[in-house]
Design a protein around this ligand. Sequence first.
Ligand SMILES: [Mg+2]
Length: 277
Amino acid sequence: MNKKIFILFLITITVFSCKRIDKTNSQKAEKDVTTQTETEHYSGELIMSTLWFQRAAERRALSYQAFNMAKLSLDKKLKEIDSLEKPAIVVDIDETMLDNSPYEGRLINTNESYSSKSWKEWSGLAMASAIPGAVEFCNYAYDKGVRIFYISNRKADETNITINNMARLSFPDLSLSHFMLRTDTGSKKERRAKVLENYKILILIGDNLADFDEVFENRSDNYGFDTVDKHKSEFGDSFIMLPNPMYGDWVKAIYNGDNKLPESKKEELRRKSLISF
Ligand SMILES: [Mg+2]
């Protein structure tokens, strides 16, 4: 083998080895990503949204903004209401009146997904704090003669513990008949209709669009954006929206309506839904 051929041989060997190392590294990286999404997906998925909810002063400001807006709107509507009509407001509970983000924190730390068993462990403590501005707003409305109906998808057997939690925080209008928790369907349509039999609902407050009207329940078309656009003048007026980046129907829209997909598929859909350039 002359010198030139030997050098060429050495170069070929080096290039080939580098390619193999590259391939092995990329296979390893792929494997790491898979392992990470399978074992740590709850922290990856929820940690920033939960931290934002718990630690961003912007979230606190948004809550005050929502309840300040609710107060303005309520005052305006009380002036317009027919004197024979009995005024009411409908409010959701979780992430609207009560802050359950410590439950999300627990899911992250234990790497678990939601279960009614772990949820009841949390709600049974009756330790949730109030969403900033919620207690003040509800008392303001109640003092003006407005009745408050708490329509929530907490299960009906959590009613007493929820009332205990809210009583400790000084929410008003806590009689059993004002708590309409979930018995069968998650849709709040019928429970709102029940309130409407005797009251005029002036405003609705929630962290999920379906807290306002059943038209928002279906997100299969364009994430529900068109329905929101159609009702844009009602936000800040009849509908008061609070932020919740941790969970809600918006997440289901990303998973094509199926929250029970395997985590690998969910991760794929999360990536697919992301807008980039
Ligand atoms: Mg809620």
